[in-house]
Each structure stands twice: as C-alpha cells, then as structure tokens.
Write a protein that binds this ligand. Structure first.
Ligand code: GLU
Length: 280
C-alpha cells in the first residue's frame, strides 16, 4: 500500500492539510505501507521555495516522515509535455485561445438554466473544439477532447475506501462530457501543465495504490480515471476524507492564515493537540 500527500507550495499549510497528511500517514502505517510526500508546484507563479520549506518543517513537526528525495513536479515538466504530445498525436487534444472572459461571453447567450459547473469551474462550452493542433498559436491552452476520449475508453470504475462514498463507483461517460467538459492539459499563456494530467501521471509513476485527499476532489476522480485508461496506467483506489471547516462551515483555504500550522506551532500548540483539533 502506497499513499501520498500532495500539497502545492502556494501558501502555509493549515488544519485541513494537517488532517489530510495525518490521515494518509496513519492509513499507510496501519497497512504497513508507505506514505509519500509530493510537491505539486506546476503553478510557477504561485509556488515559492519558502512555502515548500515550510511544508517540510510543518510535516516533520507533526511527526510525519517519508522517503527522500520527494518528487517535485517542476523537475518533470518534459515528461508531462511528452504525454500531452502523445495524446495530441491521437487526435485527443486541441489548442484553445479562449480567455475566461471569452468563455463567460460564450455562455451568456440566452439558454436554459445556469451553465454547468464541474471540478475545474464552469464547463468549457467547446468554442475551440475541433481546431487542429497545426493551428496552435503561442499562448494557446491545450484541452482534452473529452467526448473523443470517452469514446476510446471502456468503463471507468474505481473503488472508494473513504467514509463518505464507500464502495464501487463507475464514472458515467455522458456526465464526464456534460459535467466536466474539455479540461485543460496545458495552460493558456504560460503553457504550464495543468493539475489533472500531472497528478495522474505522478500517482502512477510513484506506484500510488491509494489516493488520499479531501472530499473536494471526489468530482475530479472521473476525469483522472479517464486519463489513466487513455494512458494505460494502473488504477489506484481512492480515499476522499471529510474537509475541515471553520466555525461558519466554510472549508479552510490557504487564505485562512489564522489557521496556519506554523502559527499554532509558534504559539506552543503540540502536534497531539492538532490531532485532537481535527478530530483524530
Ligand atoms: N495538489 C493538490 C492540492 O494542493 C492536491 C492533489 C491531490 O491530492 O490529488 O490541492
């Protein structure tokens, strides 16, 4: 059993991260397995070495350990782009010049109901779908043509071991097309590789057998299963855990610096108290 905690070094870790890391670590220990730390720093603008440093400090302070060296996604950019090229050669990728404003404008045409919202926000309306790769301009994003991709793959099953949706699941291809849409593989302007592809490749590269993460990413699982099938990667199990919320019921985000682990640490709170605070 191999599981992981995969933070992005874009701010201080908070209680929600502590819960996620401790859950993954405890599950690995209980199973006699391995807990991995992975640094997901594909967003070059927001990722900072000082945040990465703080992740190591906070997690060590919590009493966690992991094999070194850790995988840092920015060290593997060529691998991700090679996979995008291979998907493009199969006709599954197209260039897209739409800005957020273009997407909003395309969706503001009179239509029934609100536009569907998927794991990456508003579902892309498909304006650039069908553009050949040869028309790619500097600064275009690259998107996965989801309808073509689901036509190439079989059933997208997965096993959920978490407490919220335990059991066997099967992603619905139609729901992927309508409710997730053509996700970004490489971002507009910067060309940076996007989350779904990097996370899927690295879970496979590292032999992860159980993806432990927050419930907010449950809806990202079908598209990641799709990428696994397209790329013939092994299928891990999934363990989505509850989210830690503030007193108003909102889930914690990086802006909640007041709940930064480093702050608790400097105030003399102990790792045992952190465990209790998150209900472990
Ligand atoms: N890097 C992602 C985050 O910071 C987590 C990815 C995952 O666990 O699948 O939210």
């Amino acid at each position: 059993m191999i599981t992981r905690f995969a933070p992005s070094p874009t701010g201080p870790l908070h209680l929600g991260h502590a819960f996620s890391a401790l859950t993954a670590h405890d599950r690995a220990r209980a199973a006699g397995g391995t807990f991995l730390l992975r640094i997901e720093d594909t967003d070059r603008e927001r990722s900072k070495p000082e945040w990465e440093e703080l992740i190591f400090e906070d997690l060590h302070w919590l009493g966690l350990d992991w094999p070194e060296p850790v995988l840092r996604q920015s060290d593997h950019l060529d691998d991700y782009h090679a996979v995008i090229d291979a998907l493009a050669a199969r006709g599954l990728v197209y260039p897209c010049s739409c800005s957020r404003a273009d997407i909003r404008a395309a969706l503001s045409a009179p239509q029934e109901g609100a536009p569907p919202v998927g794991p990456d926000g508003i579902v892309y309306p498909g304006t650039c779908r069908g553009r050949p790769m040869s028309s790619r301009q500097e600064g275009d994003a690259l998107r996965l043509d989801i309808a073509r991709a689901v036509a190439e793959t079989g059933p997208l099953q997965f096993t959920e071991t978490g407490p919220i949706h335990p059991g066997q699941h099967q992603a619905d291809p139609e729901e992927l097309v309508q409710g997730t849409g053509d996700v970004i593989l490489a971002r507009r302007v910067s060309g940076e590789v996007a989350y779904h592809l990097a996370v899927t490749l690295d879970d496979a590269r590292q032999g992860v057998t159980e993806v432990t993460r927050g419930e907010d990413l449950f809806s990202a699982t079908p598209v990641q299963r799709l990428l696994q099938e397209l790329l013939r990667l092994p299928r891990p199990d999934y363990h989505h855990h509850r989210l830690i919320r503030d007193e108003r019921g909102r889930r914690l985000a990086k802006r909640d610096d007041a709940r930064a682990l480093s702050l608790y640490r400097s105030e003399g709170v102990t790792p045992e108290e952190i465990r209790r605070m998150v209900g472990l």
